[in-house]
Design a protein around this ligand. Structure first.
Ligand SMILES: NC(=O)c1ccc[n+]([C@@H]2O[C@H](COP(=O)([O-])OP(=O)(O)OC[C@H]3O[C@@H](n4cnc5c(N)ncnc54)[C@H](OP(=O)(O)O)[C@@H]3O)[C@@H](O)[C@H]2O)c1
Length: 328
């Protein structure tokens, strides 16, 4: 089988991290990189041993030998670039958040389905070994009935991370950080019956921090928080009627978990500690599965399908709708 030919759009921080993992995967080859600045694209290509570089997304997409693209630009640009790529019949992997709201996400998945093309948000957390083990333990009944999720992602963003402070680029904590606790909560409980959120918003509407409770049937709930101005404990836990599972921080990137379940001594004093392997920079498990899904000819991935992505964005939209902009 020929290796898939991948193009990369954007040469920022995450692109560097993911491209080296993509290059370590069998079945895919990164053959071209795009930057808005062709000189930057050339340097990136040289550093990573990529054969071609371009200053133009249109040029990259016009090349019919390219099978798939990875989009790693600020998230306000994702919808437009992903749409362009789908219209050029490229399979598309887009950094999280896939787009700005549920309507944009639905639009992209409809287009991908219509054209028979693979589309996925690069929600790597769901492919991480600790996350999968968490769900395997829950499914095996280890903690009884899961009743609550607690998860937070608060890390002050340095002023130098300009795009994070710019509402027109990747500005705002909810879509950058809050998406992880929401995705975790949804993965355990599905869609909430109600959402209660509050937070802090900059004068221009940029959301700086939020805390929220998602409520589900039978008293089940998720309590979550995210912030780009202060630390919130980066761990998460899923608790049930017979124990709980702790994911040490940063919970979205971990290969470790602790299962507090079984007899009393185990629950309180010596939880089962699980440590799993980290592959590459941590993105390899996701990339391997994306490559296989594209090869299999499916349009979405069962681990992070369209329906889940849309449902998470509906929750994000509901949270955002409750964050009040400061007066004046
Ligand atoms: N999965 C993860 O662990 C993870 C971690 C961090 C970030 N992310 C996500 O990845 C995406 C990119 O994040 P990042 O930290 O890499 O962001 P970034 O460094 O601010 O931007 C990434 C690149 O996008 C390109 N770009 C295109 N249009 C741009 C514009 N209008 N302004 C600035 N840059 C533009 C730039 O590359 P050129 O100059 O070459 O055009 C830039 O280097 C975001 O959606 C973010 O949420 C994911």
């Amino acid at each position: 089988v020929n290796a898939q030919r991948w193009g990369v759009i954007g040469t920022g921080t995450i692109s560097r991290t993911v491209v080296s993992d993509l290059q370590s995967c069998d079945g895919a080859e990164v053959v071209i990189v795009q930057s808005r600045d062709v000189e930057k694209a050339n340097l990136f290509a040289e550093e990573f041993g990529i054969a071609a570089a371009t200053g133009s997304i249109e040029e990259l997409l016009a090349d019919s030998s390219i099978d798939a693209v990875y989009i790693a630009t600020p998230f306000a640009t994702h919808h437009a670039i992903a749409r362009q790529a789908l219209l050029a019949d490229k399979h598309v992997l887009v950094e999280k958040p896939l787009a700005m709201n549920a309507a944009e996400v639905e639009d992209l998945f409809a287009l991908a389905a219509e054209r028979g093309i693979f589309l996925m948000e690069a929600m790597w957390m769901k492919f991480n070994p600790a996350f999968r083990r968490l769900h395997a333990e829950i499914a095996a009944g280890r903690i009884g009935d899961p009743k609550s999720v607690r998860a937070s992602f608060g890390i002050p963003q340095p002023p130098a991370m300009e795009s994070r402070w710019d509402i027109a680029r990747s500005g705002g904590s909810l879509l950058d950080q809050g998406i992880y606790p929401v995705t975790l909560a949804y993965s355990v409980f599905g869609a909430p019956l109600s959402v209660h959120a509050a937070g802090e918003t900059r004068e221009d509407g940029l959301d700086l921090a939020q805390h929220f409770t998602l409520e589900f049937s039978e008293g089940r709930f998720a309590q979550c928080a995210s912030s780009m101005t202060t630390f919130y404990d980066l761990s998460a836990a899923v608790s049930g009627t017979e124990g709980w599972i702790a994911l040490p921080g940063p919970f979205w990137a971990r290969t470790k978990l602790q299962v507090h379940a079984g007899d009393t001594a185990t629950i309180f004093h010596s939880p089962m500690a699980v440590e799993l392997e980290r592959e590459g920079n941590g993105y390899v498990p996701m990339l391997r599965e994306v490559i296989a899904a594209i090869r299999a000819g499916v349009t979405e991935h069962p681990v992070h399908p369209a329906a889940d992505t849309v449902a998470v964005f509906r929750i994000l939209d509901a949270i955002r709708g409750q964050l009040v902009a400061p007066a004046g």
